[in-house]
Design a protein around this ligand. Structure first.
Ligand code: SAM
Length: 309
């Protein structure tokens, strides 16, 4: 097992910058104790190759830091690395604060495209900033699981609602209703272009973790979660093209972009779409560099007026 990477490059407000404090996590979520062991470096850790252990760690993190008492995902669904997911939300908060005199606005509506079974962005975004979320999802099983989490935690159903996307090629239509205004949309898109490519990606991840490539992927992932037609660029390009129709209904459209080589094509698509502003927000998690792309059809002064209420 590899030594845990330092996480100092995480956003300054990220609650996961230090090493995991297993004693504190076990205090909040006692069942984690059975999964913690001392690794070859003499540090307390869990077996990151074991999906059940990773799921248990996530339950403890969500309980300890975000007061999510009941969180679970069905077997085989994507088990998100919580620190990285939180980072996107903190950087997004900064983007919105820039239009709001540097103060993070609280009374906001956000749209999470493809919230998954784990519903991770709405959960963290609501607990960190009090934002309301609409989550969209094409997979009925994922949606059922996400809804179960919302129902199982008092107060969440007032802040998070889910809408089923019936057309896998569509992003906003059927989800953003007429007259609704969102302050930002966010998305962790399926990034592979085919099932075979997804499998290769899984094997690469396991090799990097120095694990058996025949092992089940610890972070899981159903086919909808991992791949779609055209891969990441295809998905985000569809999102860009569709955002033109919804240009006045969202102040900032954003999406993670896992491969920086995809950025030039996305920039071209945004130029064609007539986006007024485009930002690339770099994020780093340990060794891994990631980023999100953000675009707006609004002038900054108008965004500021809307955010001011
Ligand atoms: C990479 S997963 C992200 C899940 C979760 N947001 C996370 O970060 O762990 C992508 C999700 O998008 C969903 N999805 C794929 N196409 C979609 C579409 N057109 N509209 C909404 N969701 C979609 C998939 O079913 C999957 O749950």
């Amino acid at each position: 097992m590899k030594k845990a990477a330092e996480k100092t490059a995480l956003h300054p407000r990220n609650r996961h910058r230090g090493r995991y404090d297993f004693a504190a996590l076990i205090d909040s979520h006692p069942p984690l104790a059975a999964w913690v062991q001392v690794n070859q470096y003499g540090d307390e850790s869990i077996d990151f190759a074991n999906p059940a252990a990773v799921r248990m760690l996530n339950q403890a993190l969500l309980q300890h830091f975000y007061q999510i008492e009941n969180w679970s995902i069905p077997d085989g669904f994507l088990c998100p690395p919580v620190p990285g997911r939180a980072d996107y939300l903190h950087h997004l908060a900064d983007l919105l604060a820039a239009d709001h005199h540097g103060v993070i606005p609280r009374d906001l509506n956000l749209l999470d495209i493809g919230c998954g079974a784990n519903c991770i962005y709405p959960l963290i975004g609501y607990r960190e900033y009090g934002w309301r979320f609409t989550g969209s999802e094409i997979d009925p099983h994922a949606m059922k699981a996400a809804n179960a989490v919302i129902q199982a935690n008092p107060g969440l159903s007032r802040a998070i609602r889910l809408r089923r996307q019936k057309d896998p090629q569509a992003i906003f239509s059927g989800i953003m209703h007429k007259n609704e205004l969102y302050h930002a949309s966010l998305c962790n898109p399926p990034f592979h272009a085919s099932a075979a490519e997804a499998r290769q990606g899984t094997e690469r991840k396991l090799r990097n973790l120095q694990l058996d490539t025949r092992a089940p992927l610890n972070f899981g992932g159903q086919h909808n979660e991992l791949w779609c037609e055209g891969g990441e660029t295809g998905f985000i390009s569809r999102m860009i093209a569709e955002s033109v129709t919804f240009a006045r209904q969202c102040l900032w459209f954003t999406s993670l972009v896992s491969r920086k080589e995809n950025l030039p094509a996305l920039r071209r698509a945004l130029e064609t779409a007539g986006a007024r502003e485009v930002r690339i927000v770099e994020m780093a998690q340990g060794q891994k560099q990631s980023r999100f792309i953000a675009w707006s059809f609004y002038e900054p002064a108008v965004r500021a007026r809307i955010l001011a209420g």
